[in-house]
Design a protein around this ligand. Structure first.
Ligand SMILES: [Zn+2]
Length: 242
């Protein structure tokens, strides 16, 4: 037999009504959630933080790229074969000929290893020029003699040991270390010379000797540059100073 709700006793109907009231109380006004969400997304600080997030992402990408490039360059350089070109067995005959060349020209203060120095950047891992320099080709040797005679005379007058920190630079090496576009070092007519003492007053003394040799005694024509810890000398066709 079927019983309709209409005939249910009062106490049996009550729980249903209570449940209904409970649901009514919890029901949100229509559209409230949407309004709340819109309110949140239009909040200015919230928008700013989104922009910050985008900026942080871009910064992260840039830093990641730089780190990746650094690692790639380091690995690439590790892979690059490195030695002083003078120690390369393939250059042994050329180096022997160079030693004879020095002897023939009565060079006493500087030896082949000093005059064929590849330069500091060639030896320094991480430098753009690392491992890139070469020995000066044979056809440049005769043109180098004038500059070599100047530094022999400089060494004689200075009376103390000198370091040749740069001589010949292969064009690819000169570019890599940011050398002058038409650097005399690429023609092997320039030397950078430092006093072994490292003292600034000795650098000044070297520069003074060279100026006297060039401008007073007219022993040579060329460029003279004075730096913090070395002097540059070359024998280009006209005088230059820096
Ligand atoms: Zn120089």
């Amino acid at each position: 037999m079927e019983i309709t709700p209409l005939y249910l006793p009062e106490d049996m109907r009550r729980p249903k009504e209570a449940e209904h009231k409970e649901q009514t109380r919890l029901r949100r006004p229509k559209g409230l959630l949407k309004r709340l969400l819109q309110g949140v997304s239009q909040d200015p600080p919230r928008r700013l933080s989104k922009r910050m997030l985008a900026l942080a992402l871009v910064a992260l990408l840039v830093l990641g790229g730089l780190a990746g490039y650094g690692a790639w360059r380091y690995l690439y350089q590790q892979d690059r074969q490195f030695f002083d070109p003078i120690d390369d067995p393939a250059n042994a005959a050329l180096v022997a000929e160079f030693q004879d060349f020095l002897k023939t020209n009565y060079i006493i203060y500087f030896d082949a290893r000093e005059l064929l120095t590849p330069g500091g950047s060639h030896r320094r891992v991480g430098s753009g020029g690392y491992g890139l320099n070469r020995l000066p080709p044979r056809h440049l040797w005769d043109g180098m003699l004038a500059s070599l005679f100047v530094i022999e005379e400089l060494r004689e007058r200075f009376g103390a040991e000198l370091n040749i920190i740069s001589g010949y630079r292969a064009p690819v090496y000169n570019t890599a270390i940011g050398g002058a576009r038409r650097s005399q070092h690429m023609r092997y007519t320039a030397f950078d010379v430092a006093p072994k003492s490292g003292k600034p007053e000795d650098v000044a003394k070297l520069h003074k000797i060279l100026l006297a040799m060039r401008d007073e005694e007219k022993l040579f024509v060329g460029g003279l540059g004075k730096y913090d810890s070395w002097v540059h000398i070359d024998t280009r066709e006209k005088n230059a100073n820096w």
